[in-house]
Ligand binder design. Sequence first.
Ligand SMILES: [Zn+2]
Length: 281
Amino acid sequence: MPELPEVEIVVRRLDSALRDATVESALAPGMKVMKTFDPPLEALVGKAVTGVRRTGKMPIVDFGDFSLLIHLMSAGRLRLFDKRASLKDRASRVLIRLEDGRELRLREFGTKQRAWAKLLPTEALAEDEAVARLGPEAWPAPPLEEFAALIDQPRHLHPLLRHQGDIAGIGRSWVDEILWEARLSPFKKGSELSAEEVERLHAALHVLGDAIEHYEKTIGEELPDKLPMPLQVHKHEGESCPRCGATIEAVYFSEHQTNYCPAEQTGGRVLKDRRLSRLLK
Ligand SMILES: [Zn+2]
């Protein structure tokens, strides 16, 4: 799932490629994708793209006084194509056709239709519930005091950091990288952190900025289907920790997993696989 660094590089590339392009037509072949109906998508016809940006993990395409807010969920991808899609492309959810022949396409892979879009007057964007509920952006990191206050909750760091209402932009991949960078257990509670640990966690958010820099260097004008994510621990179970050499471990949940270095993050303890322990009960 695209997280803050991945969405950031996508919107940067789309912004430079799409600015001033004029919309010829706009369609939503995905039956359930549009969560708004007024203004209708057709209201974009004749309008020019004035910018592409993001808030948290959500891309926003601006067309003058209208904005298309997109939630990619886990399998949505936003890309620009030189040619128009066949309407038989079953992955298509939203197609913005441009007068110059190109097409901005929201596609979604897999069987579940979860990605969505809303066309809103730009002035109403900040009040939209999906935007209004977001906490501060994880990168650039909020000031330390603000971060310390939002992290001071009796909840495990792994879900806490991924909760967009507390801090926006972090998902299942980057949370593992941030906690590894900070040398903190995913199962430590926010309210249990010492002041020094809070500082370490706050400083560790730089991995998001580093990832954006990595993408800036490695990705050209054309966005690849799959971004080369510079992950060190996430999904690296069984491999050696790049920092200390201990074996990276994993805890599996029904839809995701967390990876960590036991030597540096959990005082040498290998955490129980909760899926396995539930089965054994
Ligand atoms: Zn290690």
